[in-house]
Structures are given as C-alpha cells and as structure tokens.
Ligand binder design. Structure first.
Ligand SMILES: [Zn+2]
Ligand SMILES: [Zn+2]
Length: 156
C-alpha cells in the first residue's frame, strides 16, 4: 500500500526518515538478539524495499553483527546521540531494509502478522489468535508476505 507522509525518527530527533509504503511484512521477533537490542521482550521489524525508505535528516552510525546461524551480516543503523536504532540493512539482501517501526511517528496501524523465534519468547508474552507463529525463522517467508498483503488489503 502506498502511503503519504509516514515519517519517523530517533528519540532525540537528529535522525529523521520517511517511508513511501507500508512495506512488505511486519513481524515480531522473540529471538534473544532482539530482546537484548530492544531492551524489551521482543523486537518488531517492518520490512520494506530500500527504495521506499528515505533518510531526510542526520547521519546514522552503524553497528554490524553476524547472524549466528549462517554468518550473514546485519548493519544496524542508529543515532550516535541517543542510541536509537532506526533500521537494519542486510549484506545478502541489499534491496531490503528492516525499519524498527516503533520509531514511526504514527505507530497505531502496526499489527504484526507473524511472531517468529517463539521458542525463546518470554513466558508471559501471549501470541494473539489469528497470527502466524514460528518456533524459529520461517522456512518460507512467502507465507508472511502474503499475510501482510491480506492485512493491508483490508486496512483502511
Ligand atoms: Zn537521536
Ligand atoms: Zn530477532
């Protein structure tokens, strides 16, 4: 879905960005990396084509980490002032960005269609009815893309 004026930024306001689409998928990840990096129970990922994300202010810093399973690199882009991560880029999927959607000015429309790495979720976190749930990484991410497309087709 193409959108107008979806903007976001870090906590101090040094970094600002704009997205021109609601993206390809929205997931909640319960892996231990996401728990640590969010300082919370899970991380949310809004997956977008890189072309639909535009940095409008500031220069992010980069923290690069390897995925433990296969050595892919993820480049976390964050604010050097306030430390907030705004998105992640992937060495093997350069056309994709993973925006941290809690940094959007309007986060009310966000509703993850899939919960992943559920095997390491904190025990108090319920998985809502009617969403996809995966013990680890989905083997076929196409299911997640389709669920998000269906959700957005029914959104106003
Ligand atoms: Zn900042
Ligand atoms: Zn994760």
């Amino acid at each position: 879905m193409t959108v107008e004026g979806h903007e976001g930024g870090c906590l101090c306001g040094a970094l600002r960005y704009r997205i021109s689409s609601r993206g390809l998928a929205l997931t909640a990840c319960h892996c231990t990396d996401c728990q640590r990096s969010s300082g919370s129970a899970f991380g949310m990922s809004l997956i977008l084509l890189r072309d639909s994300v535009q940095l409008t202010q500031g220069t992010p810093r980069t923290f690069t980490k390897e995925f433990e399973d296969d050595g892919r690199l993820k480049h976390n882009k964050f604010c050097g002032e306030c430390g907030v991560r705004i998105w992640t880029e992937f060495s093997k999927l350069p056309q994709i960005l993973n925006v941290k959607p809690g940094t959007l000015d309007d986060a009310k429309w966000l509703n993850p269609v899939a919960h992943i790495w559920v095997r390491s979720k904190q025990p108090w976190v319920p998985i809502p009815d009617g969403v996809l749930s995966f013990e680890t990484q989905p083997a076929d991410f196409g299911i997640v893309l389709k669920a998000f497309a269906d959700q957005q087709a029914h959104a106003k």
